[in-house]
Design a protein around this ligand. Sequence first.
Ligand code: SF4
Ligand code: SF4
Length: 469
Amino acid sequence: MNTIEEIYLDEEEYRDSIATVDSKGKRLWVYPKKPKGSFHTKRIWFSIFLLTLFFVGPFLQLNNRPFLMFNIFERKFILFGNLFLPQDFHLVALALITMFVFVILFTVIFGRLWCGWACPQTLFMEMVFRKIEYWIEGDASQQRKLNARPWDTDKILRKTAKQIIFIIFSIVIAHTAMAYLISVEKTIEIISKPPTENWAGFLGLSFFTFLFYGVFAYLREQACIAVCPYGRLQGVLLSKDSIVISYDNLRGEPRGKIKKGVETTNKQGDCIDCKLCVQVCPTGIDIRNGTQLECVNCTACIDACDEVMEKVEKPKGLIRYASYNNIQKGEKFRLTPRIIGYSLVLLALISLDIFLMLKRTEVETVILRVPGTLYRELPNGNLTNVYNFQIANKTFEQIPITLKLKDTKGKINIAGGNVILLEKDQTTHGSFIIELPRESVKGVKTKLLIEVWAGDKYLETVPTNFLGN
Ligand code: SF4
Ligand code: SF4
């Protein structure tokens, strides 16, 4: 019986090339056979759930505001109804780091589960565009024949219909993606006006449409194999304990065809070399060669092989979710030092995230003395310093702000009145003068505390310095 290492040694050359490129470097188009089976049915239901979330997401509102928005252009993010401005950049950066660590931990344990079940690329490719293709052009063999055939009326009609539907879906996806970026209202505004009134919006939507159409109509599995950074990282993220889609070589090898009425020898493994697992693979690989970077964990090969095993009356699961060590040594899942290490880091990051979120204020004030200025002495003997302020309003309401000196005699004179009106979801800039009587000035640099109030609601205290002598 061959061990997987022996199989690798024997057939290592499959790693020298990728299944979708020929020896001359030309792309080989993949025609995966239509998948069916219990895993595929579960994936369909899960995809319907995720796609519904995706398309409904931009329309979800909380108190008449978007529930989610990722406006990278204006650097405004709304998560679960909470507004995040550039002042919250540290939170966004920390959340991203937390997410990376989570993805690493998740991959170390479950391999590319995300790719097969939840990645938008796989969702749209396999559950939307590929389904449309099967519907219009038929299964893999019919698609091959159609492509090889001269351009007759039927072929022109099918190809045109497919491309038109692909473009329509790309437009819908592009507009939904744009709604996540700039809100539904602004997206509707762009499409309801001529392009000349909003070139940036029109070009943005056209770009997204072109991008999605290009990816799902032509780039396809190459996005996972050659473009996606997460896919490229699998080599360092996966371990022998990661649960991936695996071929049980101990059970399956030596593979061999079976013939009706001919008894198989005891030496023959359960794999009947029907190659159905290869034919259904959307990345064109043979999972029997072992875990490969191209495998997006779509489960199509599990379903195909299970169906074959049922027919030949062998137990299902020749291809299944299992780790290398589970197949080779029969080891069950265990907590490895690597998993424990990543979990501790993740726990620490999540705790820090929660702590910073709880500390986060809805109004954030920065006060700095105007650079390069000194103090000024007034005829009454009082001293003045000039300050710049920047106040971020992370709410969706206007807020009238007043500034007060804490524990120091003196006054704050704000240009244009003593109330600063903060516009909703904006950062307001301005300047003011602090006037202190001589007795309040303690040397060259006097430490001051300025309280920020919204009406009679105390918000925060900001420290600064006052120059004098
Ligand atoms: S090897 Fe199996 S799970 Fe991996 S991409 Fe191919 S069909 Fe999907
Ligand atoms: S589908 Fe199963 S039996 Fe058929 S070639 Fe693949 S592993 Fe072997």
